[in-house]
Structures are given as C-alpha cells and as structure tokens.
Design a protein around this ligand. Structure first.
Ligand code: SF4
Length: 64
C-alpha cells in the first residue's frame, strides 16, 4: 500500500488523524495534514482506507 496526501486540498478537518493516528498527524500552525507513514504495515491498511474514505476534502489517495 502507498499513501499520498494533497496538502493544498486539505481543510484541516482532522478526520484522518482520528481514523489512523499512526499514519496521519496535523501541523500545529494550520491543521494541515502531515503524512507520518506513506507505506504503512498490513495491520494499518484498514485504518488507512477508512481515513481516505472519511476525508471531507478527498485529499488522501491510497494505492493498493
Ligand atoms: S481528513 Fe482530509 S481534510 Fe481533514 S486533515 Fe485529514 S487530509 Fe486534511
């Protein structure tokens, strides 16, 4: 699995962090997403897919 984020789309809603804390964080200054792990281990794949699904800005792309 490979994850990519588009920072310019992100609206800082934080849904991705709630869904997958091991993979996403947010910048302190403006809440924009920070990708912590672009190639997460198998056990985090479901959470990564959830994060992409709940992102209101469709800023997270998951490639299997
Ligand atoms: S859920 Fe989407 S819009 Fe919200 S912080 Fe994460 S990437 Fe940004």
């Amino acid at each position: 699995m490979h994850i990519a984020v588009e920072e310019e789309k992100c609206v800082g809603a934080g849904q991705c962090v709630l869904a997958a804390m091991e993979i996403f964080d947010q910048r302190d200054e403006d809440g924009v997403v920070v990708l912590l792990d672009a190639e997460p281990p198998e056990e985090q794949h479901a959470a990564a897919r959830d994060a992409a699904a709940v992102c209101p800005a469709a800023a997270i792309a998951v490639r299997e």
